[in-house]
Design a protein around this ligand. Structure first.
Ligand SMILES: Cc1cc2nc3c(=O)[nH]c(=O)nc-3n(C[C@H](O)[C@H](O)[C@H](O)COP(=O)(O)OP(=O)(O)OC[C@H]3O[C@@H](n4cnc5c(N)ncnc54)[C@H](O)[C@@H]3O)c2cc1C
Length: 404
């Protein structure tokens, strides 16, 4: 595909936008990224990338760079959050990579963004460009930025995350839905985790009305997300509120000492509302389309937001590469067709996972625990997500599976 005269603008240089720029290069296509921040770094948060996402980075030669900063996760453990007993412990056969064909990496977001932006290169990343509006007419699209600047493009890709302005421009309203859960996040160094068992594993500690998820990242630190089914409704317009000292302990003070130790180890001064967005039938309008959270923001209970953004990027780049500039509408049609059903199912699995993790004590929780102990049941729940290769496979109608 020759792109000499075909201008692609990606709004947002986050995980999806940067990955899309790299994926397009596989087809000889260059794109310009417009990012609102002055610097590409996110402090204080990490992400777990599963095989459905990491196989792309592996293929384009970034494995060694990731290897230096990631923790390769091999074991998944479900525990009772209060007494700490193991409910299920699972490995891939013979290993995670052996089973799913690529690694499971715990990585600091700052490291992830540094690797991706380094691979894209600074020439095409335009920082301090906060999109304010789009005009799309028959001839071209024009992006208007808050600093008064503008840019022209033949195709605009909104990769501007869960609070996407491009999506709002497309729909005409903000369709964010509060999931009924909020969370506290933190990164804890290993010396503050003296009580933590099996620290190489990704672990869910479950209990009525809440759960703790944590996993190791690069240097042995643990990234945690403590989720509470509260407050309801979310009381403010913003998605983050200030938290009182010790607020994260209110529901969890009597949980297992390793849980209390982890969530008390670092200041958690903010409570994050977990929002998602309803699936769309179409997410392309004229010359503008969406990827990642902008297309299908989901709650983080499956750790799939970033991974679905990577899958989108791989599929969109391939669709554009295969169709060429003369058939962009067909390319976007194919991209949406390949992504609609799968992302909808992952969104559903993610929101329903919290219902399962937060069950009150009783027969349903007992039945859940029995299922979580069985390898086949857990594979039914997770295998279809992790084993998928967006570069070579089409999602089948039958694909999917949740605990419910
Ligand atoms: C607590 C929590 C834990 C999570 N854990 C995981 C996990 O373990 N695994 C996983 O796969 N996912 C996880 N996620 C989800 C993941 O972070 C997102 O799904 C992922 O970052 C989406 O990628 P994206 O490229 O669509 O958006 P982002 O990575 O959010 O990037 C959007 C970019 O657009 C920029 N931008 C926004 N608005 C504008 C504008 N108007 N103009 C210009 N630029 C703009 C932003 O600055 C940003 O750089 C988690 C999410 C949360 C909240």
């Amino acid at each position: 595909m020759s792109t000499n005269h075909f201008r692609i603008a990606i709004v947002g240089a986050g995980i999806g936008g940067l990955t899309l720029a790299l994926a397009l290069r596989e087809y000889g296509i260059e794109a310009d990224l417009y990012e609102q921040t002055a610097e590409l770094r996110e402090i204080g948060a990490a992400v777990a990338l599963s095989a459905n996402g990491t196989r792309f980075y592996d293929r384009i030669g970034l494995r060694a760079a990731f290897g230096k900063v990631c923790f390769p996760i091999s074991t998944l453990i479900f525990r009772d959050g209060r007494d700490g007993r193991v409910i299920g412990r699972h490995h891939g056969e013979p290993s995670y990579e052996g089973q799913f064909g690529a690694c499971y990496w715990g990585v600091h977001r700052a490291h992830l963004q540094a690797i991706l932006s380094g691979a894209v290169g600074p020439e095409r990343i335009h920082l301090k460009k906060r999109l304010a509006d789009i005009k799309d007419d028959a001839g071209e699209a024009v992006l208007f930025f808050e600093d008064g600047d503008s840019a022209r493009a033949d195709l605009v890709i909104g990769a501007d995350g869960a609070r996407s302005l491009v999506r709002r421009w497309m729909l005409g309203y903000d369709d964010a839905l509060y999931s009924g859960c909020s969370g506290f996040r933190g990164i804890v160094p290993p010396e503050k985790l003296s009580l933590l068992p099996e620290r190489d594993a990704i672990q869910f500690w479950m209990g009525p009305g809440g759960h703790l998820l944590h996993y190791p990242i690069g240097d042995g630190d643990h990234n945690f997300l403590l989720v509470e089914r509260n407050p309801s409704p979310w009381p403010v317009r913003d998605w983050v509120t200030n938290a009182e000292p010790g607020e994260q302990l209110r529901r969890f003070a009597n949980w297992h000492p390793a849980v209390v130790e982890m969530i008390s180890a670092v200041p958690t001064s903010q409570r994050w509302a977990l929002f998602h967005r309803p699936p769309l039938g179409r997410w392309t309008r004229g010359r503008v389309t969406l990827i990642g959270d902008a297309a299908h923001a989901l709650v983080p209970h499956h750790g799939q937001g970033a991974n679905q953004s990577i899958e989108d990027a791989v599929v969109l780049a391939a669709s554009l590469g295969q169709h060429g500039t003369g058939r962009v509408a067909e390319a976007l049609e194919q991209y949406e067709r390949l992504r609609r059903g799968r992302t909808r199912k992952v969104q559903f699995a993610s929101i329903s996972a919290a219902d399962v993790l937060h069950l009150p004590d009783g027969p349903a929780a007992k039945a859940r625990n029995t299922r979580l102990a069985q390898r086949g049941e857990v594979l039914h729940h997770l295998g279809w997500i992790h084993e998928f290769d967006p570069a070579t496979q089409e999602p089948s109608e039958r694909q999917g599976g949740t605990w419910l």
